[in-house]
Design a protein around this ligand. Structure first.
Ligand code: ACK
Length: 304
């Protein structure tokens, strides 16, 4: 399940193969727009489905992100991280080829009312757990120690069994030795998921990923998007709303569909508690991902 891909080299795809697989990058095969370009669905001759990220020609910044993605993701292998199969470099053309994730991103599932109805609490809890385990792997692996820096619903892809996989490592950074935090002048990421210390001071650490994870958990539970950590309009400030309900002992009013039984109830309450712990203002107060995984797996119904 977990291991390094040091032995398995990335596959080099030739342009003709990728072009044919995506029906010449036709509009019909477009999946959406990612960090550094358009994403297309493709089917290789042997029937394997792929997703192709094609760098926009005019994107200098995108090239850095693409390189970053290759550097990090090629070294990683975990069931909760999207798998990079290979790349295609052909003159100006630069593309990355991934395994295809048939249920697309979590974004459409949780914020689309009709789709979110399909997500019962057990599935949501499994998704939360999977993301936590993927993130723990990134943070903990002694050789890599990676901070993702852009964890959000749009970067969580779902496979045919609705298992979550973290994607988009364009902004990831690794930290070595005893270093635990770093500073940047160029704050990148997505507003609403950014921790206060990162958004304000450019300070990032594994704890800024933990904050984003907490936002994601509260979004999965509530079906509402967080617009910012200090938005004056309460209905847009999911975190403030969640805290208020919690303090008043009304946490269950946060959820967007009813719970079926006691088991659902305990999973929902566990998720809300974990979410709120992770979005605390001070990075030191937030749990590490290993504590989060422990808290979530105290529910015995989960596969260990
Ligand atoms: O929510 P979506 O349809 O799922 O919109 C985004 C879009 O491309 C831009 O990132 C989709 N996408 C990205 N990578 C993959 C993949 N490996 N398999 C399927 N869809 C993908 C994503």
């Amino acid at each position: 399940e977990v291991g390094h891909k040091e032995d398995s080299k990335l596959q080099l795809f030739d342009f003709a193969t990728v072009s044919k697989a995506t029906n010449h990058f036709s509009f019909d095969n477009k999946l959406g727009e990612g960090g550094f370009g358009l994403v297309y669905k493709g089917i290789l001759q042997e029937g394997q489905e792929i997703a192709v990220k094609r760098l926009s020609k005019d994107s200098g910044q995108g090239l850095d992100e693409l390189k970053n993605e290759v550097i990090y993701i090629a070294k990683l292998q975990h069931r909760n991280l999207v798998r990079l199969l290979g790349c295609c470099i052909h003159g100006e053309e630069k593309m990355l080829i991934y395994e295809y994730m048939s249920n697309k991103s979590l974004d459409s599932f949780i914020f689309d009312k009709t789709q979110s109805m399909e997500l019962d609490w057990n599935k949501r809890f499994l998704i939360i757990n999977g993301i936590a385990r993927g993130l723990l792997y990134l943070h903990q692996d002694s050789r890599l120690r990676i901070i993702h820096r852009d964890l959000k619903a749009g970067n969580i892809l779902l496979d045919e069994e609705m298992a979550p996989k973290i994607s988009d490592f364009g902004m990831a950074r690794s930290f070595g030795g005893n270093e635990t935090e770093a500073n940047t002048k160029r704050v990148v990421g997505t507003y609403g998921y950014m921790s206060p210390e990162y958004a304000i001071d450019g300070l990032y650490s594994t704890k800024s990923d933990v904050f984003s994870f907490g936002v994601l958990v509260l979004e999965i539970v509530s079906g509402k998007r967080n617009r910012g950590f200090s938005h004056p309009d309460h209905s847009l400030n999911l975190l403030g709303h969640a805290w208020t309900l919690y303090m008043e002992g009304r946490s269950m009013e946060l959820i967007d569909s009813s719970v079926g039984d006691m088991h659902d109830l305990s999973q929902v309450l566990c998720s809300i508690n974990v979410g709120l712990l992770c979005v605390q203002c001070s990075p030191d107060d937030r749990p590490s991902m290993s504590s989060v995984v422990l808290m979530l797996s105290s529910d015995s119904s989960l596969p260990q």
